[in-house]
Design a binder for this molecule. Structure first.
Ligand code: HEC
Length: 80
């Protein structure tokens, strides 16, 4: 499982420090894995229920970008 969950420790871009248990990959290159909400002057980030391409693919394919991954990921594992 991709290390796409984060606790308080920063590891590197597109790599969290805890493995996620979400299986669904969102192949949309514009999709954001986390949503930041500001409430009463405090910012909180929430996961969206899917893994985005940078976490699913670019942790290994670091020289590629999301557009490349989007072109290749569609059709994999039933993604449309
Ligand atoms: C755990 C590491 C890892 C992850 C994560 C990963 N790949 Fe790969 N991928 C590889 C390796 C290693 C190869 C080369 C395999 C070979 O040459 O036999 C490869 C090869 C490929 C290839 C064929 C070679 C090329 O460059 O065209 C494609 C396409 C590809 N991956 C797409 C993806 C996509 C899309 C994702 C995300 C959904 C992804 N990969 C996630 C390691 C990974």
């Amino acid at each position: 499982m991709p290390k796409a969950s984060k606790s308080a420790i920063s590891v590197a871009s597109y790599i969290g420090d805890v493995r996620t248990h979400i299986f669904k990959i969102n192949p949309d290159p514009k999709a954001e894995m986390f949503k930041t909400v500001e409430e009463k002057g405090k910012q909180s980030s929430f996961a969206q229920g899917y893994v985005t391409l940078e976490y699913a693919c670019l942790s290994c394919h670091a020289s590629r970008d999301k557009e490349w991954a989007a072109g290749k990921a569609k059709g994999f594992h039933g993604n449309k």
